[in-house]
Design a protein around this ligand. Structure first.
Ligand code: ATP
Ligand code: MG
Length: 413
């Protein structure tokens, strides 16, 4: 995918994302084909680092010090950096020079050799030069306009630029897995819309608040710092499933209904795929035969970023992105409120069709889609729907009444 002709497009996308996110700071840019230099105010450094770490497509970045492109200045700055940033004797160390200015009288290697003796001998630390396994590398980039020196690379997200792979629909539950699946998809270049099936009043609106909090986490990775969340009222279908479906097939049918609705919404919204947090063998509905019987009701591609992840690895990522503490809040959603004692692990398509006949009706599907509520969730969305009502529709109505006199954090479409 990273063919030569794509690189320009990818760089452009990352730049757009970055400049949009950094527009709140007083920054200026020097754009080079392979580098972006950002000049910023010291007070903003921590916030800018946090922002850059949340931009898919940036592999790493460095805090560089700038000086005039001559050897004396480089030596002086090199010493200052080591004095400041290293805090012990005997560290293994090397200097690496890249010379963009090919007209400079010394080659990269000659520059390294020349400055090394003046830098290393004159710092306050004793250094051990180690070209193969250094603990620290002082990078010197010599360009026409300036010399840039830096010691540390800060790891960022990596992956591909936001949206460079198109847009998908993430089926977001309040659990641990789906927000991580969403994060990994964004990291790999997807733009996302979120879709949550909510079963209020059978399930509490606190579980929707949980999903909103998770949406806020995912919004941190988008250029606009907002993300679209579709809330589909699932209660009528859920209720019918609990009453009419043979119990071992309840989850199978529930998921087939979710997939049908999610596909219809995705096609309408021109989203290219569904994305779920399913992981092989995690529960009865995530065995291969179950995945098959569930996905055969749709044609749209389904991405399952976590399919081979074990739970501990998923939890690690969830903790890193800050979704874990939200996901473990104890509110039930439609998949957890009632789990049959013996869910089928090898469902049969024909039986699924028979058991779901009373539920799989156009009217139910259309009704759910017609009453879908769409919110735009920003990173700073401050409201709890559970304080406004016990069903989504009422809560949103009460909230929008209140917003008329406050602000517009929430926009229902
Ligand atoms: P998670 O898998 O996110 O921890 P979970 O364990 O409650 O949540 P599962 O029963 O494992 O969910 O469901 C598998 C996947 O189905 C979820 O990862 C999510 O993508 C999707 N899903 C489940 N419940 C819902 C829901 N109420 N709304 C939207 N998608 C859902
Ligand atoms: Mg799960």
């Amino acid at each position: 995918m990273l063919k030569h002709q794509n690189i320009g497009f990818f760089i452009k996308k990352v730049r757009e994302h970055m400049t949009k996110r950094l527009s709140i700071f007083n920054v200026s840019y020097t754009l080079r084909h392979d580098r972006i230099f950002i000049d910023y105010e010291d007070k903003d450094e921590a916030a800018i680092i946090t922002t850059l770490k949340r931009i898919p497509g940036i592999l790493d970045f460095s805090i560089a010090y700038v000086t005039t492109p001559d050897l004396e200045a480089i030596i002086q700055l090199g010493r200052d950096i080591l004095n400041q940033e290293i805090s012990a004797d005997d560290v293994r160390f090397k200097i690496e020079t890249k010379r963009q200015n090919k007209r400079f009288p010394l080659t990269s290697q000659e520059i390294t050799l020349h400055v090394s003796k003046f830098i290393i001998d004159k710092t306050k630390w004793k250094m051990k030069v180690d070209l193969h396994h250094p603990e620290f590398t002082l990078h010197i980039e010599l360009r026409h306009e300036a010399a840039y020196l830096y010691l540390k690379r800060i790891q960022a997200m990596g992956g591909f630029p936001f949206g460079s792979q198109g847009k998908g629909t993430l089926l977001l539950s309040g659990g641990i897995d789906s927000p991580v699946a969403g994060y990994l998809s964004i990291k790999q270049g997807m733009d996302l819309e979120l879709l949550h099936f909510e079963s209020s009043p059978l399930t509490p609106l606190e579980s929707v608040d949980k999903v909103i909090q998770l949406a806020k986490i995912l919004a941190c990775y988008t250029p606009s710092k907002t993300i679209t969340l579709h809330l589909v009222p699932f209660y009528p279908i859920h209720d019918k499933i609990l009453h009419d479906v043979f119990h071992p097939y309840i989850i199978t049918v529930m998921r087939r209904m979710m997939f049908r609705i999610a596909e219809t919404i995705s096609l309408k919204r021109k989203n290219l795929c569904l994305i779920t947090g399913e992981s092989l063998g995690q529960v009865a509905s995530q065995t291969i035969p179950s995945l098959k019987v569930i996905e055969e009701v749709t044609h749209i591609p389904i991405l399952r970023p976590l399919i081979t992840y074990d739970k501990l690895s998923v939890i690690d990522i969830a903790k890193t992105i800050g979704s874990y503490e939200i996901s473990i809040q104890p509110y039930e959603d439609c998949c957890s409120i009632y789990v049959p004692k013996q869910p089928v692990t090898k469902p049969v398509s024909r039986l699924a069709l028979t058991y779901e006949a009373k539920v799989n009706q156009e009217e139910f599907l259309n009704e759910a889609i017609a009453h879908m509520q769409t919110l735009t969730i920003g990173e700073d969305f401050p409201y709890r729907l559970s304080s406004f009502g016990i069903q989504i529709k009422d809560a949103l109505h009460a909230l929008s009444m209140e917003l008329k006199t406050t602000d517009d954090h929430i926009q229902t479409k």
